[in-house]
Write a protein that binds this ligand. Structure first.
Ligand SMILES: NC(=O)c1ccc[n+]([C@@H]2O[C@H](COP(=O)([O-])OP(=O)(O)OC[C@H]3O[C@@H](n4cnc5c(N)ncnc54)[C@H](OP(=O)(O)O)[C@@H]3O)[C@@H](O)[C@H]2O)c1
Length: 267
């Protein structure tokens, strides 16, 4: 099992905006794309991939099942619909988007259906998103140890999620950081700016390199080709121990996303 450390996010982008973002990213060398049923852009992503000419075998595509499709008789049909939109016969990673406690479908049912999707070859790997420690434990109990490839969670220099990431590491589950840039908020941080200046890097590169150096996967999104290009170069930036310690001190429980009815009780 492996989760690539760097990919492209597509949240909030639809139509021509997402087509342009994905095509530019693929031209620049991105090979990992993160989408979701609820983003309503899977067909656009599929079109962009097809027009890019990049072979499917070179790509790592993630999608996420939306809460209304969690029932055992809905999850796989909804995935087949996603695959058709994405113009592929499998995804590389399939996630449960939110735990959504109380939406009427028990964890054991949707995790079972997720495992079945993998068994049928419709996804290479499975995982979860926005799960706390307790729910991740429950998910492991359903699908088996070693089966959950990642937990995709909000994580940035302002929300470091240290309890949950320590647990995931112990379980051999990769942490994927979403909103590593806190949707742009960390870009104005003075300490990050100082570290960026020291390395002749951008602040975005510093935040992304910090997360990758901690072993997390990142999936920043951008509508701008120059940001897509410079973000990718974060892979080449090495921060030193002083930089890492400084960024660790920026923790402020700066959560941006916690939708009622979908989110768990956070650790
Ligand atoms: N699992 C979940 O529940 C969940 C929730 C949220 C997000 N996600 C995933 O994670 C991905 C990333 O999150 P996100 O897109 O919300 O936020 P993000 O990557 O933290 O930030 C994206 C924002 O930062 C700006 N940006 C990107 N690179 C920049 C740069 N180099 N310099 C200046 N500004 C820059 C972008 O603006 P420009 O377009 O102007 O560059 C955009 O406004 C999403 O696209 C989605 O795939 C998952």
């Amino acid at each position: 099992m492996s989760i690539p450390s760097f990919g492209l996010g597509t949240f909030r982008l639809t139509g021509q905006a997402v087509i342009d973002s994905v095509k530019s990213a693929l031209e620049l060398g991105y090979r990992v794309i993160d989408t979701a049923q609820i983003y309503q852009n899977e067909a656009d992503v599929g079109q962009a991939i097809a027009e890019s000419g990049v072979a499917r075998s070179e790509l790592f595509i993630t999608t996420k099942i939306w809460v209304e499709n969690y029932a055992a008789d809905k999850l796989i049909p909804s995935l087949r619909d996603s695959l058709q939109k994405l113009r592929t016969d499998h995804v590389d990673l399939l996630l449960i988007h939110w735990p959504a406690p109380g939406n009427g479908v028990e964890l054991v049912e949707y995790m079972g259906a997720l495992a079945e999707a993998k068994k049928q070859g419709l996804t290479r790997q499975i995982g979860v998103s926005n799960f706390n420690i307790d729910l991740t434990r429950q998910a492991i109990a359903v699908v088996g140890k070693g089966e959950i490839a990642t937990n995709q969670i909000e994580l940035s220099p302002y929300l470091q999620n240290s309890k949950l990431t320590a647990f995931l590491k112990e379980q051999g589950i990769t942490t994927t950081s979403y909103m590593t840039l806190a949707y742009g908020k960390v870009l104005k941080d003075p300490l990050l700016a100082q570290i960026a200046a020291k390395h002749k890097a951008t602040v975005a590169q510093v935040a992304l390199a910090w997360a990758m150096q901690l072993g997390y996967a990142v999936i920043p999104s951008s509508t701008k080709r120059e940001n897509l290009a410079s973000n990718l170069l974060a892979r080449d930036l090495r921060l030193d121990a002083t930089d890492m310690a400084g960024i660790a001190s920026l923790e402020r429980n700066g959560r941006e996303v916690s939708p009622d009815g979908l989110a768990p009780i956070w650790d």
